[in-house]
Design a protein around this ligand. Sequence first.
Ligand code: FAD
Length: 193
Amino acid sequence: MPEPNSNASDNKPLPPGMVLGPDGKPCKICTAFRYWKPSNDKPKRVQDGKQPAPGIAATMAAMAAGTSAAPQPDPDTRPDNCPPDVEQLGRATWTFLHTTAAYYPEKPTPNQRANMLTLLRSLPVLYPCSHCASHLDTNLKENPPDVSGRVALSRWLCERHNDVNVRLGKVKFNCSIEKTDERWKDGPSDGSC
Ligand SMILES: Cc1cc2nc3c(=O)[nH]c(=O)nc-3n(C[C@H](O)[C@H](O)[C@H](O)COP(=O)(O)OP(=O)(O)OC[C@H]3O[C@@H](n4cnc5c(N)ncnc54)[C@H](O)[C@@H]3O)c2cc1C
């Protein structure tokens, strides 16, 4: 779900959903792919001798042959060789953070606590989506990380993720340790994972 759009400093209209970075320019890593993907109405240019992604190549071949037999790629699906968008980066980051919290010790050493604090406090400084980082910075100041043990850390992180979920209009996750462990460590009790 996009953040409210902003106006470019040069007053040129932005594509709907495109988010600006701190330099006032359209920011790919702050925006979902469906808002920055190239228009589908012209053939892809072949760059650096690389072939277009198979889905696009198949579609172009079918177009050239005058058939519609080739499957049409979902225009909102990011090809695997594209850089991450705000959603893929978010999913990958949450996966790393929740999994790290799930395997964090019950009784961490002072050194483990210090390293976890450093990891979490560096996110607002280094996270490439600038508006995400800015929201996180405010959130961490209001809700300092609890690195006292894996149960407390898993809950704290789940609540921070829920803060983002609520801001984006998504449903909240149940932050009990049973549910976070099921999602990020043990899998469901039906043994499907
Ligand atoms: C620090 C941070 C800040 C972000 N800020 C923004 C922002 O400002 N604007 C923006 O557009 N995007 C932001 N994102 C990205 C956003 O949170 C999502 O990752 C992205 O929209 C993709 O969402 P998704 O629905 O695929 O699932 P995600 O929200 O990425 O969640 C991945 C999986 O985690 C599980 N899950 C969901 N909620 C919880 C929870 N509370 N606790 C434990 N597990 C959970 C679910 O199984 C879900 O499928 C941010 C990401 C991060 C890491």
